[in-house]
Design a binder for this molecule. Structure first.
Ligand code: MN
Ligand code: MN
Length: 278
């Protein structure tokens, strides 16, 4: 883990005093199409400075919340995805034992397997993809298989994926047979309905779940996605019952700048929703 010269905006707490600990995982070694998500954490931090600390909706400021930016794991920290998941899970366990709420910036989606292992909470995903492959390109631990690995850790009933519109025939067959809970962009219930039976969640936002028109800077863009407003409302409602959150698969190489700002904004929404609704 290396510290970053530029912390996420308003992350002015020390690790000891923090309620929230943000860190990045600069890792995209299993990315199959467009590499570059490992560069997202520093770009999301930079983009955070475009935002106001004050939110009209929450009538509150992020400034003053006890947020610490712990820096990033770098690609050189891991020899393979297994080692990445082990290291991230270990750090998450440390944070959890200290009563901190983690916010993880990816990097590729594989890191959510670490969150499942460490936090053992049902996972609310936003994703264009089910990531439910048994294996992909010879790997069992990769961004296209992460939800399948999470299902093995926690049970398939612990998974909810919102925004799915891209899935292989084999994944679809398995998902239906195993009863994977998926919501499609053309048939979305209100966020209240999705969260009805979830009183404790970990939120995992794969930025490609949003429509590419609002989040173009992703590794695997897929047309017909969720609106920013829908995802924001989902995060607002889920945050007060969340044990942590990640924002993954952003890719600054393909971004016009807006996706990194959107990612930073969702982090702010997560923080403020917890503070104003708890
Ligand atoms: Mn994903
Ligand atoms: Mn995806």
């Amino acid at each position: 883990m290396r510290p970053r010269p530029l912390a996420f905006m308003d992350a002015s707490s020390t690790l000891e005093e923090a309620d929230y600990v943000l860190f990045g995982v600069m890792y995209d070694e299993t990315s199959s199409f467009r590499r570059g998500s490992k560069w997202a954490p520093p770009h999301i931090r930079m983009a955070s400075y475009n935002l106001e600390s004050f939110s009209i909706h929450h009538e509150a400021e992020v400034r003053g919340l006890r947020l610490h930016d712990a820096g990033d794991f770098g690609p050189e920290d891991f020899s393979d995805p297994e080692e990445m998941v082990l290291s991230v899970a270990q750090f998450l366990r440390e944070l959890l034992s200290q009563g901190k709420c983690p916010i993880v910036l990816g990097g590729e989606h594989t890191l959510t397997v670490a969150a499942a292992r460490a936090l053992r909470a049902p996972i609310l995903y936003v994703d264009a993809h089910a990531d439910f492959r048994e294996e992909y390109m010879g790997r069992r631990l990769c961004h296209a298989c992460q939800a399948r690995r999470v299902a093995e850790e926690l049970g398939v009933s612990s998974i909810t994926i919102v925004g799915v519109r891209s899935i292989s025939a084999g994944e679809y067959e398995d998902a239906v047979e195993m009863g994977l809970r998926m919501y499609y962009p053309w048939d979305l219930p209100k966020p209240e309905e999705i969260l009805r039976d979830l009183d404790r969640v970990y939120i995992s936002i794969d930025l490609d779940g949003l429509d590419p028109s609002v989040a173009p800077g992703v590794s695997n863009p897929e047309p017909g996605g969720l609106s920013y407003e829908y995802v924001r409302d989902l995060v607002r409602l889920a945050a007060p019952r969340a044990v942590g959150m990640d924002v993954v698969e952003g890719n600054p190489i393909y971004d016009n700048g807006n996706t990194m700002v959107l990612a930073a904004k969702l982090v702010q929404e997560f923080l403020l929703s917890r503070e104003t609704q708890i």
